[in-house]
Design a protein around this ligand. Structure first.
Ligand code: ATP
Ligand code: MG
Length: 436
């Protein structure tokens, strides 16, 4: 981030602060409370990135927030969070308003044992994760509140954990141990913001890994999904691997990555967003001896790993079948017939993603051949043959039964070997031969 003055920063935030957020803060301020926009949206506004959800933090206790905004919903009263609903816009907008709070110890590495209201804003900011996420904007005073030098981290290009000691390593260990998810947030923000973690922040991840093991798998995969959706996931994945985050969440992947980290990072970065999880999981499957086939055992293994991490069935099915073609990219002598057989096994619905991962893996010849086959529309499945089962039965006077299915499978085999055979008359003649 360029060195810009305080007034320029205020102007940047003012330019994107939504009117409903300002209105919520103003009403709270008029009632005598402090109310600020806080966290990620302030950080993003400063960076000139499109802010996601705007969060408001206030000195007003939750009951008073409820009174001031009759349409509010008590979404998390025990944490001091009230959702204020603004119906003045066509699509109603929700703003989470959370009372300033301090936190007790985290004995379970997931959530604080108790929260305390009635603390000043600086204390509320101190319980957050990274310094860049511990900034606030006070619209009433037109003032950026940055007691932990989050701005300096953006300027100096080094992310650090917020904390009272000022020792980068100690603060990191303390924040990351309290809530194990924070180590994943740290590497995710390094990739999202394209600002590297301070070396002592990276070191601080290691002692906190036992906390990560206690975090729900849904939260872990949510973070991984967000990391994989960034422009260059390697900006976070490299540290995630080096510190042992990957070994903590997917031990089998870390074991397979030994000596192969750079190709893994390059492949993930090069893959389009919808192919990222597959590119990430690709190393899980050892190259098989039959590269023209999906490795079904490998596919099952990847499905199991991603299911345990609570990825959706759709996500894990796609990533697993593609990862189970990992053996294909180390073969260089491909024929169209071989690639068609592989694509048929992958199935058409996953074929484009598979080809994208092959390309990202540097298997250009394979990816080019696959792209040409898909573009030509060569048949890859029984339903894509130029003849149907009932047409075969009529032409060859066959009774219904398993023989028809076998004939179709035999025809597909021939058509995968030679796509020019996929013409109705040719296929009927071929079937007559096969039926003999
Ligand atoms: P994004 O919305 O882009 O994922 P964000 O920083 O806004 O990023 P949110 O999950 O929306 O993240 O949280 C809003 C703010 O709450 C954060 O900026 C941070 O200050 C705080 N926060 C969120 N999750 C944690 C956490 N696990 N530990 C500490 N602070 C957190
Ligand atoms: Mg957010």
């Amino acid at each position: 981030m360029q060195d810009v003055g305080e007034s320029e920063l205020v102007a940047r935030i003012e330019a994107v602060l939504p009117p409903y957020v300002r209105a919520v803060c103003t009403r709270l301020a008029d009632a005598g409370h402090q109310a600020v926009a806080v966290g990620g949206a302030v950080r993003d506004a400063i960076l000139g990135r499109e802010p996601g959800d705007w969060d408001v933090a206030t000195s007003a206790p939750p009951e008073e927030v409820m009174e001031l905004f009759p349409r509010s919903i008590p979404t998390g009263l025990q944490h001091g969070t009230v959702t204020v609903v603004d119906r003045s816009t066509r699509a109603p907008i929700n703003v989470e308003v959370t009372t300033f709070r301090g936190e007790g110890a985290y004995t379970d590495s997931r959530r604080p044992d108790h929260v305390r209201f009635g603390v000043p804003l600086v204390e509320d900011l101190a319980r957050r994760d990274l310094r860049v996420n511990a900034m606030a904007y006070d619209p009433a005073r037109r003032e950026l509140v940055d007691p932990y030098a989050g701005l300096a981290d953006l300027r100096d290009g080094q992310l650090r954990a917020v904390g009272p000691t000022g020792d980068v390593y100690e603060d990191a260990v303390a924040r990351f141990t309290e809530d194990g998810l924070r180590v994943m947030r740290a590497v995710r923000f390094a990739a999202v913001l394209e600002v590297p973690l301070h070396p002592d922040t990276v070191r601080g991840i290691v002692p906190a890994l036992p906390s990560l093991a206690k975090v729900s798998r849904e939260r872990v995969s949510d973070e991984l999904r967000k990391l994989l959706a960034t422009r260059q996931p390697s900006r976070g994945l490299r540290d995630a691997h080096a510190t042992g985050i990957i070994a903590s969440i997917i031990p089998a992947l870390a074991a397979r990555l030994a000596g192969r980290v750079e190709p893994w990072l390059t492949r993930v970065d090069a893959a389009p967003s919808e192919a990222r999880l597959a590119a990430f999981a690709f190393d899980l499957v050892a190259p098989s001896k039959t590269p023209e086939r999906v490795d079904r055992a490998g596919q099952k293994q990847v499905e199991g790993i991603l299911r345990a991490l609570k990825f959706t069935n759709e996500e894990l099915a796609r990533a697993a079948i593609v990862a189970a073609t990992a053996g294909a990219t180390s073969v260089s002598a491909w024929t169209d017939a071989g690639v068609r057989r592989l694509l048929a096994d992958v199935t058409r619905s996953h074929a484009l993603i598979a080809a994208a991962v092959w390309r990202a893996d540097g298997a250009t010849a394979l990816a080019d051949r696959a792209a040409a086959i898909l573009e030509r529309g060569d048949a890859l499945a029984l339903g894509e043959l130029a003849v149907t089962g009932s047409e075969l039965m009529a032409a060859l006077a066959l009774p219904p039964g398993p023989q028809v299915g076998k004939l179709l499978a035999g025809l597909l085999d021939r058509v995968l070997a030679d796509a020019d055979l996929n013409v109705r008359a040719t296929l009927i003649a071929l079937a007559a031969e096969l039926a003999r």
